[in-house]
Structures are given as C-alpha cells and as structure tokens.
Design a protein around this ligand. Structure first.
Ligand SMILES: O=P(O)(O)OC[C@H]1O[C@H](OP(=O)(O)OP(=O)(O)O)[C@H](O)[C@@H]1O
Ligand SMILES: O=c1cc[nH]c(=O)[nH]1
Ligand SMILES: [Mg+2]
Length: 209
C-alpha cells in the first residue's frame, strides 16, 4: 500500500490557509500555489540519492556531495496542475515535464482525457504526478494508468489538498504510488468537491468562474 505523507512544514500550512480563503484573488492565489509547490518540491526530494565529489575549496581539498543524477519527470494534470509546475522547476530545473489533459465531467464526475504528451524516456524517470486536488481520485487514477500503460515504473502523486475518498482510490488501484499532500481534508460534498477544500482550483488559478 502506498504511503500518505502530509507535508506539515509550517510555511506550507500557513500559505495553504490563504490559498483556501475565498477572499484571496486570482493573482495572489496563483503566487501562493507557486510558492507552496516549491516548498513541497523541497520536501518530496528529501530522498534523492547523493554521490561523493572531490572539490578544491579556497582553503583545501574537500570530499563533498552532489546529486547522483536521478532523472525526474513532472507530470501536471491539466489544467490546474500547471499552476504547480514553475514552483517545482525552481528547485528541480533539470526535470522534464509531461502533460496529461483531463477534465472531470461535472455531472458524472468521470474524468475524460483530451491530451497527453510525455518525455520519451518516462520508463527511466521518477515521475511526480501533480494536481492541486485529489477529490474522487478519478482523474489521478486515470493519469497514473495512462503513464503505466506507456511504460512508467516509478510514480509519486503530489496534491495540495485531498479527500480520504480519493486517497483510498489511489491506494487500492496503485499500491506502488506514494502520495504527498499539503492537507488531508474531511470528505467530499454531494457535488464531489472537497470540504473544506479550496473550491475549484482551475477556476481560482485562471479566473474562469
Ligand atoms: O479527483 P477528481 O474527482 O477526479 O477531481 C479532481 C480533478 O478535478 C479538477 O480538475 P477539473 O476537472 O476541474 O479540470 P481543470 O483543471 O481543467 O479545471 C482537479 O484539478 C483535478 O484534476
Ligand atoms: O474540490 C474540488 C474537487 C475537484 N476539483 C477541484 O478543483 N476542487
Ligand atoms: Mg477545475
């Protein structure tokens, strides 16, 4: 069963409060999502492998460490996942970015895939699927299936806010996928929205309500 990590760093939790606040406008919402994504990238990369390197400081030779060059792929689920990409790339600039376009039908809550474009070497990369919201879990489940069908082997899922219902769907369908969250909320409402949640992430990011 995939592990669930709630990233409870105080800066993440502080910024998440203002992301949730309905008074926060589009510009500030976008900036906060960008900042939280960067902070979450810091936490999610904790286990990256290091290798020894010998360098010359101005004083003497020293044995130090550098990243061992693990290849990473960021996979935002369009559209809302796009809001988290730049923040993550600030810390992981060498990552390749693949896009999965999905929208959730507002009546049936079923996801529909409309676009996919991935780096050619996804099988060799550690992939981080990014979406602010994990609600019923249908969209993330579909995206992960799509990636596996195309050869992906190592996948993690990163979301700002999740409902327990969505977490359960991913854990059952993809026990190999660890889940990294800013917060695990209470439940879904009758329209499939996370409560207390933050509303519609895509609409709040792009001002489309
Ligand atoms: O877990 P689920 O029940 O599938 O819901 C979560 C999905 O819904 C939202 O996307 P939406 O369909 O609103 O598309 P958008 O990003 O284009 O707004 C959100 O960004 C997730 O992708
Ligand atoms: O609460 C929710 C659920 C799905 N999609 C969102 O953007 N918000
Ligand atoms: Mg939306």
């Amino acid at each position: 069963m995939g592990k669930v990590h709630v990233l409870d760093h105080p800066l993440i939790q502080h910024k998440l409060t203002y992301i949730r606040d309905k008074q926060t406008g589009t510009k500030e919402f976008r900036e906060l999502v960008d900042e939280v994504a960067m902070l979450m990238a810091f936490e999610i990369t904790r286990n990256l492998p290091l290798q020894e390197k010998t360098i010359e400081t101005p004083v003497m030779e020293a044995q130090t460490k550098v990243l061992a060059g693990k290849k990473i792929g960021l996979i935002p689920i369009l559209r809302a996942g796009l809001g988290m990409v730049d923040g993550m790339l600030k810390l992981i600039p060498a990552a390749r970015v693949g896009h999965v376009g999905l929208y959730r039908d507002p009546e049936t809550l079923q996801p529909h895939e409309y676009y996919i474009k991935l780096p050619s070497d996804i099988a060799d990369r550690e992939l981080i699927v990014i979406d602010p919201m994990l609600a019923t879990g249908g969209s993330a489940n579909d995206a992960i299936h799509s990636l596996k069908k195309r050869g992906a082997k190592q996948i993690r899922l990163m979301c700002l806010v999740a409902a327990p219902e969505g977490v359960e769907v991913i854990q059952n369908a993809h026990p190999d996928v660890d889940i990294f969250l800013g917060a695990l909320d209470e439940k879904l409402n009758d329209h499939g929205y996370i409560i207390p949640g933050l509303g519609d992430a895509g609409d709040r990011l792009y001002g489309t309500k």
